[in-house]
Design a protein around this ligand. Structure first.
Ligand SMILES: N[C@@H](CCC(=O)N[C@@H](CS)C(=O)NCC(=O)O)C(=O)O
Length: 220
């Protein structure tokens, strides 16, 4: 990594308006006040633009997001978020306190490893007719664990009163839960935190309904 390149050019986010992992990165950029360019990768069109040989060079997993930043290519939204947190000023997305930092990682991992991968497009396409029940099952299973965890850690936000990577992961996951018609009212802490967070500018401007590649009929 060339530390001398940090911040010299605008990062480029290759993402999709409705991808929760792309949304995580958009929120982190917005919270940090980082300007960036977006290159849309349509996960549906042409059988999935993430599956092309060209895109594979950016992210060998053939998923969004992929980010070009400071002369390097990164994929995996949590790695991207932690990189920009470590190299840019602005609010810390991982708290300095080791206990809180561990709690932020615990919540982020629960969502990013325990819920989202099981309802991602590639997996759902393999499930055929059962895909909606499958997605609901794993979101509910994850939320059953997340709710008591957040009850312990939350203040105004997921961990105490400072916004963090955990909040960046929570909101897009709740959006997905709602898309799959999971009853979010059954999880009062998740619901309350989400309601607080979606009112913040960084979450509003990065919402899937307001992206350059958002189809006209889904625009807010
Ligand atoms: N762990 C990865 C997961 C990336 C991921 O699952 N991306 C989804 C969209 S949120 C995707 O590209 N899906 C395309 C597919 O399933 O073919 C990350 O956090 O970036």
């Amino acid at each position: 990594m060339h530390l001398s390149l940090v911040g010299l050019t605008k990062p480029v986010l290759h993402g999709y308006f409705r991808s929760s992992c792309s949304w995580r990165v958009r929120i982190a950029f917005a919270l940090k006040g980082i300007e960036y360019d977006q290159v849309p990768v349509n996960l549906i069109k042409d059988g999935g633009q993430q599956l092309t040989e060209e895109y594979k060079k950016l992210n060998p997993m053939q998923q969004v997001p992929a980010v070009e930043v400071d002369g390097i290519r990164l994929s995996q939204s949590l790695a991207v978020i932690q990189y920009i947190d470590e190299t840019r000023p602005g609010p810390r997305l991982l708290p300095a306190d080791p206990v809180k930092r561990a709690q932020v990682r615990m919540i982020s991992d629960l969502i990013a490893s325990g819920i989202q991968p099981l309802q991602n497009l590639y997996v759902l396409q393999k499930m055929g007719a059962e895909k909606v029940q499958w997605a609901q099952h794993f979101i509910v299973r994850g939320f059953e664990a997340l709710e008591p965890m957040l009850k312990q850690t939350a203040g105004k936000y997921c961990v105490g009163d400072e916004i963090s990577m955990a909040d960046v992961c929570l909101v897009p996951q709740v959006y997905n839960a709602e898309r799959f018609k999971v009853d979010v009212d059954a999880y009062p802490t998740i619901k309350m935190l989400n309601q607080t967070l979606v009112e913040l500018e960084a979450f509003k401007v990065t919402h899937p309904s307001r992206q350059p590649d958002t189809p006209v009929d889904l625009r807010a």
